[in-house]
Ligand binder design. Sequence first.
Ligand SMILES: [Fe+2]
Ligand SMILES: [Fe+2]
Length: 262
Amino acid sequence: MRGLAFAYPADFDTAWSGNVPEFACAANSVSLMMPYVEPYVAKSVHAALPHIEDEVLRREAASFVRQELSHRVQHRQFNNLLAERCRGIRVLEQLMRMVFERLGKRRSNASHLAFAAGTEGVAYGVARWAAAHRRELPATAQPEIANLFVWHLAEEVEHKSVAFDVFQAVDGSRRRYIWGMILGFSVLALFTVVGTTVQLWQQRRLFRPTTYLRLTRWTITFLFELLPTMAASSLRGHHPRDLADPPFLVNFLRELDDRTAG
Ligand SMILES: [Fe+2]
Ligand SMILES: [Fe+2]
């Protein structure tokens, strides 16, 4: 686990992505979910630890839990700054808390793990889209904030197989895994749409044609990236390790580790 701390500029702007503010609104909405989805995923994998016989996988799973909780910490700090600057964020966070508390009350541990493994597959798809479309972010975007997202997505790629392996070791039902993936995608998509709408409304950008053009283009390219990955992941015999790691994200972590070691 990397002990990182992100510092944000004093003139922190919630629309930090330069002349494409819709990009920041969508990314911020994903960030808002992290203090709820990460503990749920981490708790699901943590609960499975005593049932994992393979010692190597057990160690990987314990490290996965720590890594996901470190994502939660960094996004919590960032989200507090968002909430101070954007009305409606705290209400949205309450709604997210309620949804994840409801998901956590389901009785089957296998369902929790399926959600964790499926959501990790969706996170990998997000990482792949972001790596391929990173040039959508103009040079005027604030790098300190962009780095938070790049770091998180790079670590999602780094540990993309762990929750799946834990699910396989404990349950392994492909049907449950597919359901977990669809449920994870639906919850993430719903809150991304709501969060983006709230922020665009606050910024008085909700009814601009350029807003819709950009969001529609990104949604289409994202679905073209994610849906084939989800379809491939649904096939019997498929394993997340079969999916290629985006070199941009692999290199980002390599350089980060080199710098930290230095
Ligand atoms: Fe994460
Ligand atoms: Fe993850």
